[in-house]
Design a protein around this ligand. Structure first.
Ligand SMILES: Cc1cc2nc3c(=O)[nH]c(=O)nc-3n(C[C@H](O)[C@H](O)[C@H](O)COP(=O)(O)OP(=O)(O)OC[C@H]3O[C@@H](n4cnc5c(N)ncnc54)[C@H](O)[C@@H]3O)c2cc1C
Ligand code: FES
Length: 263
């Protein structure tokens, strides 16, 4: 899939929860290139003190319209969060290696935390289009930090945890009862074979990957390492793998098979 540098026109900019915006955009000219779930875009920020593009996951694609879910944590994302309908946004996309969509299983478990839920909407839609039932397990510290639950509910079944118990089950995603097993170690709610996908804070992904390994389930994780160039030139995004090699997250990831990583 060839990456392109293209100007996008913002078609909609909407606040969605605390410090988070949903941006929808269409190419100013031509068509949107084919994008796969788990890939990302490098978005240009025209703020005075921000020199590097910011990596943001592809949240959704509908025809020629692409969506990004942006949490405002610093100057770059605040600039993105201030965009309005009609503004232009320059993007390099699609970048990186995304999720495996053909799983051979009937059900897929998509586990997201915080703004890490972003790539899981488009992934769920693609899984569903391939006849795989997406089940979401989404977690956040409080209910205010749970993002776009209605959009996820349109794609699949949604289970929720919050650390303060303000919505769904109290605790971490890995403690949710949907993952509960009977005395034979078989999951009671989900089939024995599910593909697990996860994106969110590193400790959460580590816990999800460990749980998947204990239960012998295939698992893919999407890393959000700090990036600069986003195209494999600066090596600032490398991740050390279980076999002691360094993998470039922006080109070989951001999605990896959990078994390859030090988890
Ligand atoms: C492949 C990939 C996909 C991403 N997808 C999304 C997305 O869909 N939505 C979204 O809101 N964010 C996403 N991020 C994170 C986003 O790129 C950063 O939050 C953003 O670059 C911060 O820029 P800033 O100028 O606003 O903040 P900065 O001023 O650069 O940093 C502000 C704070 O955020 C921290 N920070 C910056 N980058 C990261 C990072 N990658 N991981 C953890 N902490 C970071 C810094 O340490 C600092 O504390 C993604 C990152 C990667 C690598
Ligand atoms: S961000 Fe430059 S090599 Fe990955």
């Amino acid at each position: 899939m060839k990456k392109q540098i293209l100007d996008l026109r913002i078609t909609r900019a909407e606040e969605v929860g605390a410090q988070c915006v949903l941006l929808k955009a269409k190419p100013v000219e031509g068509r949107l290139p084919v994008c796969c779930p788990g890939q990302f875009a490098q978005l240009r920020v025209d703020a005075p003190d921000v020199f590097l593009r910011r990596p943001i996951s592809i949240h959704d694609v509908e025809g020629d319209e692409i969506s990004f879910l942006v949490q405002m944590v610093g100057e770059g994302t605040q600039w993105l969060g201030a965009l309005q309908a009609g503004d232009t946004l320059n993007a390099v996309l699609p970048l990186g290696h995304g999720f495996t969509v053909q799983t051979g299983n009937e059900v897929a478990l998509l586990v997201g935390g915080g703004v890490g839920v972003a790539p899981l909407l488009y992934l769920g839609k693609q899984l569903k289009a391939n006849g795989i039932r997406p089940v979401y397990l989404l977690g956040a510290r409080t209910k205010e930090l749970l993002l776009r639950l209605d959009a996820f509910r349109e794609v699949g079944e949604v289970f929720v945890t919050t650390e303060d118990g303000s919505m769904g089950e109290k605790g971490f995603v890995t403690q949710h009862s949907v993952l509960g097993c009977n005395e034979n170690g078989e999951m009671e709610t989900l089939p024995a074979r599910v593909m697990v996908y996860t994106c969110g804070p590193k400790p959460m992904m580590n816990a999800v990957a460990r749980l998947a390994r204990e239960r012998n389930l295939p698992c893919e994780v999407s890393l959000e390492n700090r990036m600069a160039c986003g195209v494999g030139a600066c090596l600032c995004c490398v991740e050390e793998t279980a076999d002691g090699h360094n993998r470039c997250v922006c080109t070989e990831g951001p999605v990896f098979d959990a078994s390859e990583l030090k988890i």
